[in-house]
Design a protein. Structure first.
Length: 245
């Protein structure tokens, strides 16, 4: 087994860079000499191999100290679809949400012909412009060329409870249905405005909706009229969703 020795590794630096197998007492900074064993450890998450890297993209190899395996925090968090943050003042690594902070986006509490992706399963994703997204939602709108009664529109509703000033997201076409759509917005059940979405062959578009502290907001996907005698179901994916107070 190949071994390399790293001298005078600082525990504070180790805590900020690696997911450790034992608890770290914030504020107790000590220095000790350790022997780190690098043996080509692989990291596989949900059947997918992950190449550990730091914030600059440099590969960081896992290692073993005294029988405990140490993995790079950022690589593990990214593989799990979680944000990672280092708070120097308290010497704390946060994976996912910080205590006392609101979630980066609210999940809709009511949907119709829509699918929500919460990032908990990396095998479930939608693709927009060739990029995979495990966080966000999709909506679809069905159009039948000759009978409007057979048509339906996807929708998602958020209980914003008059807490948010605006909502921002990026939206783009996904799927194979070559049909465009628009997005209708309702505040507390009352129609407010319509946004033109990027065409089925267009680039994703970032939209900011001024909520003005509405008690709830509804988004509705409405497909364009069919230009021929066919039926199609365009699907649009929404990601990087956030609410500003």
């Amino acid at each position: 087994m190949k071994k390399r020795t790293c001298s005078k590794l600082f525990a504070g630096l180790l805590a900020s860079a690696f997911l450790m197998g034992s608890a770290f007492a914030a504020g107790n900074v000590t220095t000790r000499t350790v022997q780190a064993i690098y043996s080509g450890i692989r990291l596989v998450v949900d059947g997918v191999e992950v190449t550990p890297a730091d914030a600059s993209g440099n590969v960081v190899e896992p290692f073993i100290i005294d029988g405990t395996t140490y993995l790079p925090v950022r690589a593990v968090a990214n593989a799990l679809g979680k944000a990672v943050d280092w708070e120097g003042e308290t010497k704390t690594v946060y994976i996912g949400e910080k205590p006392g902070q609101a979630a980066p986006w609210l999940k809709p509490h009511l949907t119709d012909h829509a699918t929500v992706y919460d990032g908990s399963d990396l095998q479930k994703f939608f693709t927009v412009a060739g990029a995979k997204h495990t966080d966000g939602f999709t909506m679809e709108s069905y159009r039948y060329w000759w009978n409007a009664r057979d048509c339906w529109d996807g929708s998602a509703v958020w209980a914003t409870n008059s807490q948010y000033k605006s909502m921002t997201f990026t939206v783009g076409h996904t799927g194979n249905a070559q049909l465009n759509a628009c997005l209708k917005v309702y505040f507390d059940g009352v129609y407010a405005e319509t946004y033109e979405l990027p065409g089925w062959d267009g680039a994703p578009k970032t939209i900011t909706i001024q909520l003005d502290y509405a008690p709830n907001v509804k988004l509705e996907l409405v497909a364009d009229a069919l230009p021929d005698t066919s039926s199609r179901t365009p699907v649009y994916g929404f990601y990087d969703v956030s609410f500003a107070q």
